[in-house]
Design a protein around this ligand. Sequence first.
Ligand code: CA
Length: 438
Amino acid sequence: MTVNETHDPSLRSWIDSANLPGCDFPIQNLPFAEFRRAGSDEPYRGGVAIGDRILDLAALRSRSLFEPSAQDALAACSEPTLNRFMSMGRDAASRLRGCLSAALRSEAACAATLQADLVAQADAEFALPASIGDYTDFYSSIHHATTVGRQLRPDNPLLPNYRWIPIAYHGRSSSIGVSGQQFHRPVGQRLPKGALTPVFGPSRRLDFELEVGIFIGAGNAIGTAIPIQDAERHVFGLCLLNDWSARDFQGWEYQPLGPFLGKNFATTVSPWIVTMDALAPFRLPFARPSADPQPLPYLDSPAVRAAGVLDMHLEVALQSAHMRAHGLPPQRLAASNFRHAYWTIAQMVTHHAVNGCNLRAGDLLGSGTLSGPLPTEAGSLLELTAGGTQEIALPAETRRFLEDGDCVVLRAWCERAGHVRIGFGTASGTVLPARELD
Ligand code: CA
C-alpha cells in the first residue's frame, strides 16, 4: 500500500500511447479487465490496459516469462472472470504488478516479443471483470444524504444513525452490466403527488448516481470479522459505478425496508479495475469535524487517520439522442471527488463484516452517490434539479430527469504533483424506451 518503483514518475513504456500526457492508462496505472476481440467468439480473458492497448494476459502467460508466483497469478488472470485472481489477495496482485511494470517499461528486453500480445482497446469488447456474487450499496456522502434527506424530511434531513454507521442496503447483482449497457426504462408503481392510490407505468423520474465501485479481493470466512487495520488487504481495486435509480418508484416503495424496484433494474460499472496499489500515491488523511462523533474504535485506526481517504476526481456527463445525432459531445453535469465521502473504504469493509458476514472475492460494494459540498458537485439529477423543480440546460433541450436515448458517462482520475496522473476510463449507459405493456 506504499509508493514503490512501479509509481516512479520517470517510468516510460515502449507503447508510445501510454506516455502521452492525459492518458488514463500510463505504466503507473496497469488496471485489469476482462476482454476479447469485438465480434469474435474468443473466450474472455484478463487484460491490462497500457496506453490505448490491452496486454492479453492469457497470451502473456503462455510465454512463461515471469517467476512462478507471477505465472500462477497469470493463470488465474487467463480465466473468463477475475474472481480467482482477486481471491489470491493483495500480495499476489502486487507481485504481478511489479512483473508487468518491468515488462512494459521502455528498456524491457521482451518488448519485441510482447508486441504480438497487444490488442487495441478500440478493437475490444468487455465483460464484467468478475462474477459478482453479492452487491452492497453504501451511502457514504453526507452531502448527498443531507440534500436528499432535506427533500424528504425538511425538518430532519440527516437521521441520527448517519454519523455512527456506514449506512448501506443489499443490492442486486444480476442486473449489473459493463460500460455500454443499455436498458429499458423500468415500469412500476408510483404515487402521484396528492393521490391516495398508486399508478402503474414507466418511471417518470429516472436518474443516475455517480459512485465508485469497490471490488473485494481476498474474502473472510463466515463468522469472522475484518479488523480495520486489515480492511484494505481485502480490497482488490476500484471502478466507476452508476446506480441507475427510478426516483418515483423509490419514493413510494422505500418505507419500511429500503430500495427495491427503484434500483434493481440496472447498474453500470466501468470495465477497468484500478488496483489499490496503483492508487497508493493519491491518499489523504481522514479527519472528522470536531463537532461530529468520532468513529467507534472498531472503525478507527492510525492507518485510516493517516491515509484512509482517496483523492479521486469524478465527473458525470450526459449526451442526449439529439446531441448524438448532431455530433455533440457529452455535456458535463457535475464534478466531485471521493475525498468528500464521510466514510472510508476501510470503514465500509470492516463494518460490513463486523457481525461475521463473509465477503467473497468479486463481491462489489458501491460507495453511494459521491456528492461534494457544493451544489455543482451533486452526483444525481435529484440533487442537481432540486427534486425535479429546476431545469438543466442542454444544447437544444432541458432536463429534470433522464429521457429515452440519454447516455450517461462517468469518468474519474487521480492526479497529484510529483506523480503521473492515472484514469479509470469511462462507464457509460443508455436509456431505451420502456417496453410495450401488454
Ligand atoms: Ca446508490
